[in-house]
Structure formats: structure tokens, C-alpha cells
Design a protein around this ligand. Structure first.
Ligand code: HSE
Length: 347
């Protein structure tokens, strides 16, 4: 008998829909390989919700409906115009909140309200949204811990690139001394196109947006804020910190000129936007800035929308993982991985 997990999916943009598509495409596989039967109990978007009745919502059908121009609150007989996630959480019987609304770094809303309601009602959380965790990491985790609620956020920490899994699980027993990462696909895509083809910054940004990898507000990408948010979440998790993101020195790529690119190339280097964190005798040193990496640096060959993370450890040496390019499907796959880990492995 497969384990049934009832899901409330908040946010039905690129990532939310990609997650629903994966639930549909992987239904048999999840059952056969993991004995897992996720059930889509409700989908909530800006105009309202769709709420299941006897059976879960058909994830493929609701995705087709919205991609054909429909809206969630008009989906078949399940649509509930005006119903919000805050209305639903606690009233609909569910096990897991999957949060994919756009990241808001001013006050974390509406995701912060969704997180708090989920915690209150003892739903585990799988989040792509970084806002609440970046702004209020310690309070959210403490509250979740008191309620026995698990929160997983692979999709918020470079998604298909396994950052926290490597840092938490694969290096268990080793001490991570320093972290360097290319954590944002959009900026890496822009820098790669500028370096390799001499592409204009604006054209490369437009192409990244067309690929669906840029944030809803792309200034989050190009000003380094998305990279900052990810390195903050990674450093908080792996170093046990509760960093104030505003205190992380952050420089994006908007000031990188074709002349900078040419000078780096001349010197045998390549410019990458690097998020880094290390523990020093004076406390944590965390920053985001474009850096000219030498050709033999393990992250120098990471191109286009691919990403990479490199850990310096005391006993395992340097461990680098690359790939996991940014895409809605990659983010959805990271959430599916979190779901499997959480339910089947308890990690
Ligand atoms: N905009 C991000 C990126 C994806 O380009 O990697 C979500 O974090």
C-alpha cells in the first residue's frame, strides 16, 4: 500500500506548474520505486483556488487548463474564486504545503503567512520561495521545530544543483571550512554569453527571461540578491547561523563591462558571480561579488544556466558539484526530491 501524502500547492506559475507536471509524469514511478502516492488536494493562485473533492485534483489536467489560458479558480467544478491559501490551510486536510509563490524580500508575503499557517496546522513545508526563510530563518525554524514540522528548501538553494544535500549529508563528519558557489543561472547565463559571444548584456538578459529562469523581478538576479539569498540559506544551514541578509556585502553583475570581460580573458581568467561563505576567527565572512576565476578553478568551466558549488573540508578535501541548470523543471525536480527524502528517508 503506497503512502498517500496530501499536498496543498501554493503558486501556479512556471515552477508550480512544472511541479504539477512532474506529479503527473512520475505518478507510476513514485508508486513503484518509492511506494509514494502524492495527492494534489488544492492548488492556490492569485485569483483563488481549486480544491479536490473525493479524489485529488488531476495534476496534468489542471496544468493543461491553465497553460491553455484558464485560471485555477475556474478549473472544472473544483474552482473557488477568491479563496486564499490562508483560508485553506487548516480547513483542508493536508500533510504538506508546497510553496512556489514569487519571492518577496520586503516582508516575505504572502509566503510568510502560508508558512506560519502551515506550521500552526502541522503541515510539513517544501519551499521554492526564499523570502520568509531569508528574512526570518531562525524564528521560522524554531517555530517549526516546536510543532514537529519539517521544512525543506532545496528549490530555494540552487534547485537541481544539490547544495544542501552535499553539505548536510555527503560531507557528514567532515567540517566545511569554506563555500564558494555559482548559484544563479540567470547571471551565469548572461556572463557566459557576454564572455563567449560578445553578446550584449540586455540581449542575454532577455534570452534568460525567455527561458523562464529569471526571477519575476530580474533585478533580484542581476543585482546579486538571488545569489545572496541562496548563500545565506546555505551558510545558515551548514554553519548554524542566522545571518541578516542586509549585512551580506552584495555586488551584482550590472557593473561588469565588456572591457572587464576582455581584461579577464587576456589574463586567462573568467568572470563569474560568486557567493561565498567561510568561518573566520572574527566570525562568518559571507559575500557576493563578480570574481575573476583562474581557468583551473573548479567553477571556471560552469557555463550558461548551469551552476556549481565547491566545499573546502577538513577531511575530504575540496568537493565540487556542478550542473543542475536553472529551469522550472529543475526547481520542481528539487521539490520532488525533497518530498521523497522527507517521506521515505526522513532526511
Ligand atoms: N532566477 C534563479 C536563477 C532561479 O536564475 O538561478 C530561481 O532561484
Amino acid at each position: 500500500m503506497a503512502i498517500e501524502k496530501k499536498i496543498i500547492l501554493c503558486g501556479f506559475g512556471n515552477v508550480g506548474r512544472a511541479f504539477a507536471r512532474l506529479l503527473a509524469a512520475k505518478e507510476e514511478d513514485l508508486n513503484a520505486r518509492f511506494g509514494l502516492a502524492p495527492r494534489l488536494e488544492a492548488v492556490v493562485d492569485i485569483g483563488g483556488a481549486a480544491v479536490a473533492e473525493e479524489q485529488g485534483l488531476a495534476p496534468g489536467r489542471i496544468t493543461d487548463f491553465v497553460e491553455a489560458g484558464g485560471t485555477v479558480e475556474k478549473f472544472e467544478s473544483f474552482g473557488r474564486p477568491g479563496l486564499t491559501a490562508a483560508d485553506l490551510l487548516g480547513r483542508v486536510d493536508a500533510d504538506i504545503l508546497v510553496e512556489t509563490t514569487p519571492t518577496n524580500l520586503k516582508d516575505g508575503e504572502p509566503a510568510r503567512t502560508h508558512f506560519m499557517a502551515a506550521i500552526e496546522n502541522k503541515l510539513d513545508i517544501i519551499a521554492a520561495n526564499k523570502g520568509p526563510l531569508v528574512l526570518d530563518y531562525r524564528r521560522i525554524l524554531e517555530r517549526a521545530c516546536r510543532q514537529g514540522v519539517q521544512i525543506r528548501f532545496s528549490a530555494a538553494t540552487a534547485a537541481a544543483l544539490p547544495t544542501l544535500d552535499v553539505g548536510r549529508l555527503c560531507t557528514a563528519g567532515a567540517r566545511i571550512e569554506a563555500i564558494e558557489g555559482i548559484l544563479n543561472g540567470t547571471t551565469n547565463y548572461i556572463l557566459s554569453r557576454m564572455a563567449r559571444e560578445g553578446c550584449a548584456y540586455e540581449d542575454a538578459l532577455r534570452d534568460a527571461q525567455a527561458l523562464g529562469i529569471a526571477e519575476t523581478d530580474p533585478t533580484l538576479d542581476v543585482e546579486g540578491l538571488d545569489t545572496r539569498n541562496k548563500i545565506v540559506l546555505i551558510a545558515n544551514t551548514l554553519f548554524g547561523l542566522a545571518l541578516d541578509p542586509c549585512e551580506v556585502g552584495t555586488t551584482g553583475i550590472t557593473g561588469v563591462t565588456p572591457a572587464d570581460m576582455a581584461a579577464a580573458r587576456e589574463a586567462g581568467n573568467v568572470i563569474k558571480l560568486i557567493g561565498s561563505a567561510r568561518l573566520t576567527g572574527n566570525g562568518p565572512l559571507v559575500k557576493v561579488a563578480p570574481e575573476a576565476l583562474p581557468a583551473d578553478h573548479p567553477l571556471a568551466g560552469v557555463n550558461l544556466s548551469e551552476k556549481g558549488i565547491s566545499y573546502d573540508t577538513d577531511t575530504m578535501g575540496r568537493i565540487t558539484v556542478t550542473g543542475g541548470h536553472s529551469s522550472p523543471t529543475g526547481a520542481a525536480a528539487a521539490m520532488l526530491k525533497d518530498l521523497i527524502h522527507l517521506v521515505k528517508l526522513g532526511i
